[in-house]
Design a protein around this ligand. Structure first.
Ligand code: MG
Length: 404
């Protein structure tokens, strides 16, 4: 039985939110990101694109290309709140949906045709979102996630597109290979060097040939180019989380030691987030006293995966929790409300240097293990465990009762 998969994506999300807050910004070229000369563009309005501006570019360069642009320092907290409102609307209307990133959703509408007509349903959902939030959103509808995502991209801005069953291949054929999700800059160059420009060329190539050039990824790319994709919509669950905890051999009241361990644990979990290209919007800390009383506290935060933000939140929660002056038996940290996303989004304050620093540290960790570089403040902690990637499909390992 064929499926019906909807992909929804807000148009230039950060820019649209800024325009909602200040209508004078409508129709003007806008750059959102780090405002200092060393900042990076996190989002840019359509008006700036004809100047060659794109996200991820140094703000300095974007300013040179488009001097008339209004430059706005992003606010991850505000964007997260708007994202939550949209999530709630979708949650109410669609039984099975996936939150793929802060501004992107998949929904499985299979079986709905009999009753509603899924296209009509999707159109109504889109209208509702725009009406209730004031934010422009586009969608693509087809038999799978990949084709729907590409269709959304073709529909933009502020529009919708349905690809009928059986028309996946002809729809993709005339498009640039760049439009296929998974073909990044590097793969694009490799294929361009082979003279491949259009999806149609990929469709007509023998699958084995792509395997020879790109290995296993080549097979997936060939499937996607042909409009084939069987990946399921993964239900969004607020509790989707990663966590770590530690039980002490000997209960402790050494606050410095506890703080040190919390820093090391946070740093490690944050790295796991970044490695899985995830962001968290909820931090929780748990504490068990020697008399087994267990207390925990959680805090909703703007989507992030940056250590320096998370450490501050974790230590703040710990400070509020630890008030009995009694021996501590266990501490734990959990990050939940995870979505896909890049940590650049909350480095509005900082700069290219901060992004480069995180990337450099993570590169060292990838190469030499996740404890090869540590914050000095967390160095006292001897073991924090967890050497695998929790986003490879396996449920996260709970490190309960691991001895220090
Ligand atoms: Mg978007």
């Amino acid at each position: 039985m064929s499926r019906t998969i909807l992909h929804l994506d807000l148009d230039t999300f950060f820019v649209s939110v800024e325009r909602l807050l200040d209508s004078r910004l409508k129709q003007r070229p806008i750059l959102v990101g780090g405002v200092s000369d060393r900042g990076v563009v996190a989002a840019c309005s359509y008006e700036t694109r004809s100047f060659g501006v794109h996200s991820g570019m140094p703000m300095r360069m974007a300013k040179e290309l488009c001097p008339e642009a209004v430059i706005i320092k992003g606010n991850a907290g505000v964007y997260s709140k708007h994202s939550d409102v949209i999530t709630d609307i979708i949650k109410e209307k669609v039984p099975l949906f996936e939150k793929a990133s802060i501004d992107e959703f998949y929904a499985d509408l299979s079986g709905m045709d009999k009753f509603f007509g899924s296209y009509k349903y999707a159109s109504e959902l889109r209208r509702t979102i725009t009406k209730e939030t004031g934010l422009p959103i586009s969608f693509g509808l087809s038999v799978n996630k990949v084709v729907s995502k590409v269709a959304t991209g073709e529909a933009k801005p502020n529009n919708q597109l349905k690809i009928d069953y059986g028309f996946e291949k002809p729809f993709l054929a005339p498009l640039s290979i760049k439009k296929i999700p998974m073909i990044g800059d590097k793969t694009y160059l490799t294929l361009r060097n082979l003279g491949i420009k259009q999806v149609q060329t990929l469709q007509e190539m023998p699958k084995e040939m792509l395997y020879t050039v790109l290995g296993k990824n080549g097979l997936t790319i060939w499937d996607r180019a042909s409009g084939v994709d069987t990946t399921p919509v993964i239900p969004f669950c607020e509790r989707k989380s990663i966590s770590t905890e530690r039980t002490f051999d000997r209960d402790t009241t050494d606050v410095q030691k506890l703080r040190t361990l919390l820093i090391a644990m946070t740093e490690n979990l944050a790295y796991q987030l970044r490695r899985g290209e995830k962001l968290t919007a909820c931090v929780a800390v748990k504490l068990r006293y020697s008399d087994f009383q267990t207390v925990s506290k959680q805090l909703k935060i703007p989507y992030t995966s940056a250590d320096h933000i998370l450490i501050e939140k974790v230590l703040g929660l710990f400070k509020q929790l630890y008030n009995r002056r009694m021996l501590v038996r266990l501490i734990g940290i959990r990050f939940s409300h995870l979505v896909h996303g890049n940590y650049q989004i909350n480095l509005f304050e900082d700069s290219e240097e901060a992004i480069n620093l995180y990337q450099a540290l993570d590169k060292i960790r990838q190469r030499y293990g996740d404890k090869s570089v540590l914050r000095a403040a967390g160095m006292g902690a001897r073991t924090i465990g967890r050497m695998h990637n929790p986003f490879n499909g396996q449920p996260p390992t709970i490190l309960a009762h691991r001895k220090q």
